[in-house]
Ligand binder design. Structure first.
Ligand SMILES: Cc1cc2nc3c(=O)[nH]c(=O)nc-3n(C[C@H](O)[C@H](O)[C@H](O)COP(=O)(O)O)c2cc1C
Length: 374
C-alpha cells in the first residue's frame, strides 16, 4: 500500500459500545428497491451485500421500516415484526461473513411514504404539512398514542436487530423522514409538548434515541447505536445549522457511538447560504467538543478525496455511490492498485458489480446521480 493512505486504515474504537472497526471507512446506507413484497430480503440483495462487505470497517444497510405505517419505498426491507428475523439474520450474516461490522438503519418515512405502500393510504407525520418537494401527500398529524407506539417500534426494531446478529443500528434522523420531520420547523407545527419550541421539536428524536439505547443495553453484548442527521433544510421555515448544533449537543450527551451526517457533497458548505462554505460535518464535530465521532460523507470517489475528508478533522467517513461503482475500493488501495479504482459506471457492468435490478434502474433513472462511462 502507498503509505500516504495509512490514515484511512487506522482502526477505530467506538467509545460507548467498545466495538472496534478495522478502518475509517463505512459503507453509507443505500436503499435497493429490491426486497420482497413482504419486507424480507431478496437473494439479489444478499449477493449485493456479500460483494461489498469486505474491506470497509462497517456496512450500514439500506433503511428498514420499523412500523408498517413507515414504509417508504417499494422493495424496502422491514424490521417491523418478529417474522422478519430470519431475513434480518441473513443480512447480518452476509455482511459479517466479509469481515465488516453490520449496522441496520432504522427508518420511518412519515409524510414521505407513498400512500400506495400504506394499508389505508394515509401517511402520518408531526403535522398536516405536505413536503415541499417530491410527490407531496397531505399527512395526518400523529396522535399521542401513535407517537408513543412509533417510539416503541424503534426500540423493538433495535431489539430485533440485536437478536438477528447485527453489531448495531443507526437511527435514520436524516433526509426528510419521520425523525427529521419532528425536528423540522417546516414539518412540525404542533402546539403540544412534541413541538412548538426547540425543546418540543427535540422530544421525538430524543425519545427515539432513548428507546433504541435502552434496547441496546438489553442486547447482552456490545451493540453500536448511531444517529444520522441532515444538517440543514432548504425550506423556510426549515432546519438551520444553528438548530442542528443544538440537536448535536443533545445527541452528544446520549449513549450514542457516532453521529453520521448526510450531505451529497462533503465540501459543499451550507444549503441555506451559498456564501457559507464551512464544512457541516466539521462544524458539528468542533461544536460538540469532539465528544462523539462524526462521520463525513458525500462525493468521495478517490483515496485522495477520502484522505482530504479526514484531514478536515472528522475521524470517520462513509461512501455510497462510489462503492456501487467499485466494490473493491478498499482492497485496491491495500494492494497498491488504487490507479485501477473505477469512478464511473459502466453500463454493461451490472452483473459484475452485483447490483440488484431495482437499484440498477434507480441508478440509471436519476440523471446526474452517478457519472456514467462515455
Ligand atoms: C441509491 C442510493 C440509496 C440511498 N439510500 C439511503 C438510505 O437508505 N438511507 C440513508 O440514510 N441514505 C441513503 N442514501 C444516501 C447515501 O447514504 C449517501 O449519504 C449519499 O449518496 C452521499 O454519499 P455518496 O456521494 O458517497 O454517495 C442513498 C443514496 C443512494 C445513491
Amino acid at each position: 500500500m502507498n503509505n500516504s493512505y495509512a490514515p484511512l486504515f487506522q482502526p477505530f474504537k467506538f467509545s460507548v459500545s467498545g466495538i472496534q472497526i478495522s478502518n475509517r471507512i463505512l459503507m453509507s446506507p443505500m436503499t435497493t428497491w429490491s426486497g420482497n413484497n413482504d419486507g424480507t430480503v431478496s437473494e439479489a440483495e444478499i449477493a449485493y451485500y456479500k460483494r461489498r462487505a469486505h474491506g470497509v470497517g462497517a456496512v450500514v444497510t439500506a433503511c428498514a421500516f420499523v412500523h408498517p405505517r413507515g414504509r417508504g419505498f417499494a422493495g424496502q426491507i422491514g424490521v417491523h415484526s418478529d417474522a422478519m428475523l430470519p431475513s434480518l439474520s441473513r443480512i447480518a450474516a452476509a455482511v459479517k461473513e466479509g469481515g465488516s461490522k453490520a449496522i441496520l438503519q432504522l427508518y420511518h418515512g412519515g409524510r414521505m411514504c407513498p400512500p400506495a405502500l400504506l394499508l389505508d393510504g394515509q401517511a402520518l407525520s408531526a403535522s398536516d404539512i405536505p413536503p415541499a418537494f417530491g410527490d407531496a401527500v397531505l399527512p395526518r398529524p400523529m396522535t399521542e398514542a401513535e407517537i408513543l407506539e412509533t417510539i416503541a417500534a424503534y426500540g423493538d426494531a433495535a431489539r430485533r436487530a440485536a437478536k438477528a446478529g447485527f453489531d448495531g443500528v443507526e437511527i435514520h434522523g436524516a433526509n426528510g423522514y419521520l425523525v427529521q420531520q419532528f425536528f423540522s420547523p417546516h414539518a412540525n407545527r404542533r402546539s403540544d409538548h412534541w413541538g412548538g419550541s426547540m425543546e418540543g421539536r427535540l422530544q421525538f428524536p430524543l425519545a427515539v434515541v432513548e428507546a433504541v439505547v435502552s434496547a441496546a443495553a438489553d442486547a447482552g453484548r456490545p451493540f453500536i447505536v448511531g444517529y444520522r442527521l441532515s444538517p440543514e433544510e432548504i425550506e423556510n421555515p426549515g432546519i438551520t445549522m444553528d438548530d442542528t448544533l443544538q440537536l448535536a449537543d443533545a445527541l452528544a450527551g446520549r449513549a450514542l457511538d457516532y453521529i453520521h451526517t448526510s450531505t451529497v457533497n462533503f465540501w459543499a458548505g451550507s444549503l441555506r447560504d451559498t456564501e457559507d462554505k464551512r464544512l457541516r460535518a466539521s462544524m458539528i464535530y468542533e461544536h460538540i467538543g469532539k465528544r462523539k465521532p462524526v462521520i463525513g460523507v458525500g462525493s468521495v470517489r478517490t483515496p485522495d478525496d477520502a484522505l482530504r475528508l479526514l484531514e478536515s478533522g472528522v475521524p470517520l467517513l462513509s461512501m455510497g455511490r462510489e462503492l456501487l461503482m467499485e466494490p473493491d475500493w478498499v482492497e485496491k488501495i491495500l494492494s497498491g492498485r488504487e490507479s485501477s479504482i473505477r469512478t464511473t459506471l459502466s453500463l454493461n457492468a451490472r452483473e459484475e458489480l452485483v447490483i440488484p435490478e431495482g437499484l440498477w434502474k434507480m441508478m440509471l433513472g436519476r440523471k446526474g446521480w452517478l457519472p456514467v462511462e462515455e
